[in-house]
Design a protein around this ligand. Structure first.
Ligand code: ZN
Ligand code: ZN
Ligand code: ZN
Length: 438
């Protein structure tokens, strides 16, 4: 009998009750074909591959990460709580040594959901990985965590949530934002003033194939991971880089995804995008599972796989090499940039317009960060949407110093509730969440 080298857990949750619309590419069939393939290949008969049933995330889990406007129940469904709960189930099994690694094959996805949630962006309402990670920190005391997002789209939601967090390394590899939604994720986006160097973006040109992806892993992702020394590696395992994906333009393969997984060695993988329901998802998912379990994945091949047809353009490798050199150059200087920010700024502001393409909402956000000399700094967010909703939120980070905690409460108390539709406080030093509606 075949035996997995690494005990690997799976959660499979197709979410029959959730669809944006009946013909939307993010639909339950994404997981049904995978489920059939897992069964056909006999993966669950392999000793050391075990299936778990997903649990439900609690609102308290959501409140460690998000400010849901006006409240959680208005922006999420039970399917979202099971999707996040499925990732939490895998994480718990890893932490309690029931398994070495695990893969949450869940939907709806989450990596476009930012800290403030007015609705759905890029098919995402709440951020599955962030909810899982903050649960791990609250319950198991895990500190340094790396997230490597291999979805074809920039993981702009995860980037937003961890932009100011020096203990979470977020690396996103994706199709260049000049050619694909959401249009961000350039290699000079490196994190907030006190956390520069723990956000890393690797934009790849359209039609990059296995060769280019693995080159970017080798030259950029693995050295930065090695330097960060995370306690846990999480893979946001989007599969829409596949050459058959209908909404993207890349040339990646199932074999490439499996090889990438064996290089990355994630403790936890969480499914993100991937819309080639029959042509890619079943093969890519099986490849990832075999690679996680330390089994032979060389026979995982799409029926129409032809390496000649999906060769990347001639200049792609040279482009990746140039970007790697520039990116690593900036990244090495980040401690120096942080020191300079701390020496020269008391506060930093950021003003942005955020578009919710799925729900057609336009948000204007003003963020104010205390550039604290000792911690990552307290953060306030003023958010107004084109639907007229106006909120004010204060986020006190997990390791805030006492000055930042006091300032956070001062900001929260000083705000005149009547000029806002809602005022929120997220104090991560005590896991306290307050929501005051006008
Ligand atoms: Zn990505
Ligand atoms: Zn995607
Ligand atoms: Zn501070």
């Amino acid at each position: 009998m075949l035996r997995a080298a690494h005990k690997t857990g799976l959660v499979i949750f197709p979410a029959f009750d959730w669809a944006i619309s009946p013909t939307h590419p993010e639909r339950e069939e994404r997981l049904l074909y995978t489920q059939d393939q897992i069964f056909e290949e006999g993966l669950l008969d392999i000793q050391g591959i075990v299936e778990f049933k997903p649990t439900l995330a609690a609102l308290e889990d959501v409140q460690r990460v998000h400010f849901c406007v006006p409240d959680e129940r208005s922006v999420l469904t039970e399917s979202h709580l099971i999707s996040a709960g499925g990732a939490m189930t895998i994480a718990k099994a890893v932490m309690e040594h029931q398994i070495d690694r695990g893969f949450a094959l869940v939907r709806p996805p989450g990596h476009h959901a930012m800290r403030v949630v007015h609705g759905a962006r890029g098919f995402c309402n709440i951020n599955i990985e962030a909810i899982m990670i903050e649960h791990l920190r609250a319950v198991y005391g895990v500190d340094r965590i790396a997230i490597v997002d291999t979805d074809c789209h920039h993981g702009d939601g995860t980037q937003d949530i961890y932009w100011h967090d020096p203990d979470t390394l977020f690396i996103s590899i994706h199709q260049d934002g000049r050619t694909l939604y959401p249009g961000s994720g350039f290699h000079h986006e490196l994190g907030g003033p006190t956390a520069m160097g723990t956000t890393i973006n690797v934009p790849l040109p359209p039609r990059t194939s296995e060769e280019g992806f693995l080159r970017a892993m080798e030259k950029i992702v693995l050295p930065i991971l090695e330097a960060f020394q995370p306690e846990l590696i999480v893979n946001s395992a989007g599969q829409d880089n596949h050459y058959t994906d209908p909404i993207t333009n890349m040339n990646f393969s199932a074999h490439g995804y499996a090889t990438l997984t064996s290089m990355l060695r994630p403790h936890i993988a969480v499914l993100e995008g991937g819309y080639s329901i029959e042509g890619a998802l079943p093969y890519v998912n099986v490849g990832i599972i075999l690679a996680m379990a330390g089994l032979d994945y060389s026979k995982v091949k799409e029926p129409d796989y032809d390496p000649q047809r999906i060769r990347q353009p001639e200049e792609t490798n040279a482009y990746i090499d140039r970007m790697a050199e520039e990116l690593l150059g900036y990244w090495r200087r980040c401690p120096e940039f942080i020191a300079k920010n701390r020496a020269t700024k008391e506060f930093a502001q950021r003003e942005r317009t955020i578009y919710y393409d799925t729900d057609n909402i336009l948000e204007n956000q003003k963020e104010r960060l205390r550039v604290c000399p000792v911690c990552s700094g307290v953060l306030s967010i003023d958010s107004l949407t084109d639907r007229g909703y106006h909120i004010y939120a204060v986020h006190i980070p997990r390791k805030a110093c006492s000055d930042c905690v006091s300032l956070g409460y001062e900001w929260f108390d000083a705000v005149n509730g009547r000029s806002y539709d809602g005022v929120y406080l997220q104090d991560r030093t005590t896991n306290r969440y307050v929501m005051q509606k006008a």
